[in-house]
Design a protein around this ligand. Structure first.
Ligand code: UDX
Length: 431
């Protein structure tokens, strides 16, 4: 078992730290936010992530997991340092590595010979070498320190399960002996471990996310076409999915993808392609379809409302970028709600998990404590996030609350026939 430092206790870092402690390693996790560190040290998880509170409690109790403020306090004594800090999207679409650079500079003097620095955050191809250079410039003896790429493939909401039961583990390093040392950390897992060079590992992450985004934009484009030719996209996807080369997964039509990864990673890959002189029109199309898909939902809302949203009260069900998370980053729901308000609608939203600061993100938005209150007097209901609770609402009561029984189901969560039987004018996506 090894001694690990995990720098950054956000979604990725916290999951990595807690899961590595579960695998038997001793983990010191660092964050710059002292309040967050205090909270975590008490066993309180500031994010909504299934299984994480239990793993955190287990790690703290076994003393295999502890939290400190500042990267420099976690690095000494560590055999492996995992970098899990944000790599946000820069103004030109490229990934902004300033947090990574700051951490590398901070930890460099504290690293012992033989330590391996592992890039866990999504970083552009070439970043492993960039981190190597920064460490060397900041005084680390780079002949004695390894740097490897070990991209995460965690979905928010199921990240603990994704970490402990991965489809695969990818480790990239130009020194195979270092990669093998990193791979040993995962010995307890039943998953194929791919050891490759650093650039390929970095590309695997971007290519995987770009491919998944492509599936979503593809199915959204098919859904839009289904509407024009009177086909039902749900039947179409069923018929496609039985072909094992295609499969059923990631072909759910909706308001377009969002979240902290797909929009940012597709933009970064497009930027990288441009830098490399490759015209990646296919991926540009994926991004364009996605942007238009958000707007298409606004068009549907306007049509349902009879041609104008001005003065229409809309009940928005869901604000997070998908169900089972409290994350609002790049949420299609937020985009849609903003646009509805821009067009003069009065939007009252309910989301089971969205933090109250959503009100700062969307000026003019109002919140209701439950879905029925959101619907009271509204002329239109828009289901924007696929929370299971919305599926099981008493729609007879919803209809009674509404001024007009009209429903826009951007997630195809509901049964159109059942809705119509209850007297709703129903609009979904691609059916
Ligand atoms: C994603 C990747 O799945 C993960 O491997 C990577 O490490 C980080 O990014 P995440 O952003 O948590 O994970 O969410 P995911 O469940 O993949 O969904 C992303 C977005 O696509 C959501 O907005 C979701 O609603 C949308 N989506 C997903 C669809 O619209 N249709 C689908 O069929 C699947």
């Amino acid at each position: 078992m090894s001694r690990l430092a995990v720098i950054g206790a956000g979604y990725v870092g916290l999951t990595t730290a807690a899961c590595m402690a579960r695998l038997g390693h001793t983990v010191v996790a660092a964050d710059i936010d002292a309040d967050r560190v205090a909270l975590l040290s008490k066993g309180e998880v500031p994010i909504l992530e299934e299984g994480l509170p239990e793993l955190l409690a287990e790690g703290l109790a076994s003393k295999r997991l502890r939290f400190v403020v500042g990267a420099a306090n976690a690095a000494p004594d560590a055999e492996f340092v995992f970098l899990c800090v944000p790599t946000p999207q820069g103004d030109d679409g490229s990934a902004d590595l300033s947090f990574v650079e700051a951490v590398a500079r901070e930890i460099a003097p504290a690293l012992r010979p033989g330590t391996v620095v592992v890039n866990k955050s999504t970083m552009p191809v070439g970043s492993t070498r960039v981190v190597e250079r920064i460490l060397a410039a900041a005084g680390a003896s780079i002949e004695e320190i390894g740097v490897a790429s070990n991209p995460e493939f965690l979905r928010e909401g199921t990240s603990v399960r994704d970490f402990l039961e991965p489809n695969r583990v990818v480790i990239g390093c130009d020194d195979p002996s270092v990669a093998v040392r990193v791979s040993e950390l995962y010995r307890g897992l039943k998953a194929p471990i791919l050891v490759t060079d650093s650039a390929s590992a970095e590309m695997i992450k971007y290519a995987s996310n770009a491919f998944l985004a492509t599936k979503i934009s593809f199915v959204n484009a098919i859904a839009n076409l289904c509407e024009a030719v009177d086909a039902d996209v749900r039947e179409v996807v069923l018929g496609m999915g039985y072909d094992t080369r295609i499969g059923f997964e990631f072909l759910r039509p909706g308001p377009g993808y969002g979240g902290s990864c797909f929009p940012k990673d597709t933009a970064a890959l497009l930027h990288a392609a441009e830098q490399a002189g490759y015209d990646f029109t296919l991926l540009q199309g994926v991004v364009d379809v996605n942007r238009r898909q958000h707007e298409r939902m606004v068009d549907k809302a306007r049509d349902l409302a009879g041609g104008s949203l001005d003065g229409v009260r809309v009940a928005a069900l869901g604000l997070t970028f998908k169900a089972n998370t409290d994350d609002l980053r790049d949420s299609p729901a937020i985009h849609i709600v903003r646009r509805l308000i821009e067009e003069g609608a009065r939007v009252v939203a309910h989301d089971p998990a969205a933090p109250a600061r959503v009100l700062d993100l969307v000026p003019g938005l109002e919140l209701a404590g439950d879905p029925y209150a959101a619907c009271a007097g509204a002329g239109l209901v828009a289901v924007l996030t696929e929370w299971d609770a919305f599926r099981w609402l008493d729609f007879g009561r919803v209809a009674a609350e509404l001024a007009e029984a009209r429903i826009l189901d951007t997630r195809n969560l509901l049964d159109p026939a059942a809705m119509r039987r209850l007297g709703f004018v129903y609009e979904g996506v691609g059916r």
